[in-house]
Design a protein around this ligand. Structure first.
Ligand code: DX5
Ligand code: ZN
Length: 215
């Protein structure tokens, strides 16, 4: 399995439809949507109103990454929009348990996100609930950052943890993915890749080809 998710945060919002259609035509597998609330991370990106707009522009699955303190508030609308997968951070106040449970109860796939400094073992209590473990390979909150050193070792540690538990949870990586960093992430065990700048910066069709060729 390999999945390339285009992170819309890096699209040109003045030309959102053009960029999403181009990524669609270039053959990305899904769209990754970063919702930020200005509390969990300093930045505010967009809310569910924009997710609604994005949903109209593609038939590809939507992979929503909630960088918010209160994910429960967002779930009813994401469910209504037919979002396939919703990932929530381990580090939110009160922990991710209630949100993961609600995502599963709504029939969506649940993902757990670990910040760079959060150890992979933190995911252990949640493995039965999650279909995806999202490892942040940059500090969350903005695009265009550099892939953090030590990320490949962390992916490898997550892979061995999941294998040891007999879990088929997919490892997703998010942040700093380029044709240069993708091979290491893939080789160490990531199978769902989020890329923002590397998809939307410049010629989208060529960018997607370069990423696919990289693995
Ligand atoms: C960062 C976001 C990412 C971001 C990745 O907090 O979660 O999805 O868009 O951007 P690039 O691929 O440019 O690092
Ligand atoms: Zn993201």
């Amino acid at each position: 399995m390999f999945e390339l998710c285009a992170s819309i945060l890096a699209a040109d919002f003045a030309n959102l439809e053009r960029d999403m259609r181009a990524a669609n035509a270039a053959g990305v597998d899904a769209f990754h949507i970063d919702v930020m609330d200005g509390h969990f991370v300093p930045a505010i990106s967009f809310g569910t109103g924009m997710v609604r707009t994005m949903e109209r522009l593609t038939t590809k699955p939507l992979d929503v990454h909630l960088m918010v303190e209160k994910p429960l508030d967002f779930l009813p609308e994401l469910e209504e929009l037919g979002v396939k997968r919703v990932s929530v951070h381990y580090e939110i106040p009160g922990g991710p348990e209630a949100a993961l449970r609600a995502i599963c109860a709504a029939g969506m796939q649940a993902g757990l996100v670990l910040n760079p400094e959060t150890p992979v073992e933190s995911a252990l209590p949640y493995l039965a609930q999650i279909s995806q473990l999202l490892l942040m390979t940059v500090h969350p909150g903005r695009g265009g950052q550099v892939y953090l050193p030590g990320s490949n070792e962390k992916i490898a540690a997550a892979k061995s943890l999941l294998q040891g538990q007999g879990s088929n949870t997919v490892i997703q990586v998010d942040g700093g993915i380029t044709p240069g960093t993708l091979p290491g992430a893939y080789a160490t065990g990531a199978r769902s890749i989020v890329a923002g700048s590397a998809v939307f910066g410049g010629k989208i069709d060529e960018n997607v080809k370069m990423l696919r060729v990289a693995i």
